[in-house]
Ligand binder design. Structure first.
Ligand code: IPM
Ligand code: MN
Length: 376
């Protein structure tokens, strides 16, 4: 029997509750499909940080890098200054493992209410491929006061390094700046991933999102590389959309989209909107993928501290992220089965968490999906 060892990091807030349901469903799929998952627990998150002062150590990161897929709940806690856990654990993991793809399927299930009333599951079914390591997320910037200053900003990555030395002379009281950085290699690999993903999933169009009309250097290069990559995929149409217009079309004509590829920051923003049109954050799954290394699967939503410990939130986003994890382990059929189980439970409409207008609990939903898996 094939056996997979999978590190699991439930994290903060509702993280442990949703991960418990995800594990329940994946364990059921593994029974039915005769493979074995050996979960390895990691305590990282707010409690661990408050108790030990450690976010995540280099040793732990090295150890985690030995695995193919990691299952993650959510990070963020009101007892800790915003950004500490997000940057210190979540982005640290994404960057350390070089998980350059952030994969976010936007899919309306029959039986879920979308605010876009007349759209159906046929109209809302696309995947956002978000670049996950560059752009305005590289964390390079400074605030400088009136006068002259010199700021050194280094971007050190396994694959390349860039060193910026920035001389500022200003008569303004204070100025702040932040650098967006894109490498040719970084743009090419994510755009290629999007085209390969389209090919693999029988999709015929890739839409590249940017703001090349204003942020001309960064996204001018993005467009140039995109046109170039597209030449290698004659069966797949390539078009471009500005990010502002993209948000409008998500609402007005979501059926136009099949696969979108976007720089990091715009991808962050448009996938929260994507989550809403598929019925809310309770349904929005995600993967941070390094196709040749360690990947990490987590719902798009955060740790929802106000619902912590209440057995109330919808675990579907985490369960579906578990489906992406199975696909990453090479278990495409089991992943499809998991998604079909979710789709049927939603369509039947007997088990509904509060966000779906019902009273079922987090574990009721996990139980229902796990039971459905057994019947498929
Ligand atoms: C997301 C989140 C993260 C991001 C934060 C928590 C760093 O919003 O996964 O979309 O901006 O990528
Ligand atoms: Mn986000």
């Amino acid at each position: 029997m094939a056996k997979y060892r999978v590190p699991v990091m439930p994290g903060d807030g509702i993280g442990p509750e949703i991960i418990a349901e995800g594990r329940k469903v994946i364990d059921t799929v593994s029974e039915v499909d005769s493979f074995e998952i050996d979960w390895i627990d990691y305590p990282h998150g707010a409690d661990h940080y408050l108790a030990t002062g450690e976010l995540i150590s280099e040793d732990t990161l090295k150890e985690l890098r030995k695995y193919r897929s990691i299952y993650l709940g959510a990070l963020g806690d009101p007892r800790v200054e915003p950004g500490i856990l997000e940057l210190g654990i979540l982005l640290r993991l994404r960057f350390y493992m070089d998980e350059y793809v952030n994969l976010r399927p936007i899919k309306l299930f029959d039986g879920v209410d979308t605010p876009i009333k007349y759209k159906t599951s046929k109209d809302i079914n696309f995947t956002v491929v978000r670049e996950n390591t560059e752009d305005f997320y590289v964390g390079l910037g400074a605030r400088v006061k009136k006068g002259k200053s010199h700021t050194k900003l280094d971007l050190i990555r396994d694959t390349y390094q860039v060193k910026f030395g920035i001389d500022v002379e200003t008569d303004a009281e204070e100025v702040a700046f932040q650098l967006g950085v894109m490498s040719r290699h970084g743009a090419r690999r994510i755009i290629k991933y999007a085209f390969d993903y389209a090919k693999d999933h029988n999709r015929t169009k890739v839409t590249a999102v940017d703001k090349a009309n204003v942020i001309t250097n960064l996204y001018g290069m993005w467009r140039e590389i995109c046109r170039d990559v597209a030449k290698g995929y004659p069966g797949i149409e390539n078009d471009f959309a500005f990010v502002d217009a993209t948000t409008m079309w998500f609402v007005k004509n979501p059926e136009w989209f099949q696969v979108l590829v976007t720089p990091n920051l715009f991808g962050d923003i448009i996938t929260d909107l994507g989550a809403m049109i598929q019925g809310g954050l309770g349904f929005a799954a995600g993967g941070n993928i390094n196709p040749g290394g360690t990947s990490m699967f987590e719902p798009i939503h955060g740790s929802a501290p106000k619902y912590k410990g209440m057995n109330k939130v919808n675990p579907i986003a985490t369960i579906l992220s578990g489906g992406l994890l199975l696909e990453n382990l090479g278990l495409r059929k089991s992943a499809d089965k998991l998604e079909r189980a979710v789709a049927e439970v939603i369509k039947e409409g007997k088990v509904k968490t509060y966000d779906m207008g019902g009273k079922s609990t987090t574990s009721d939903m996990g139980d229902a999906v796990a039971a459905k898996v057994k019947t498929l």
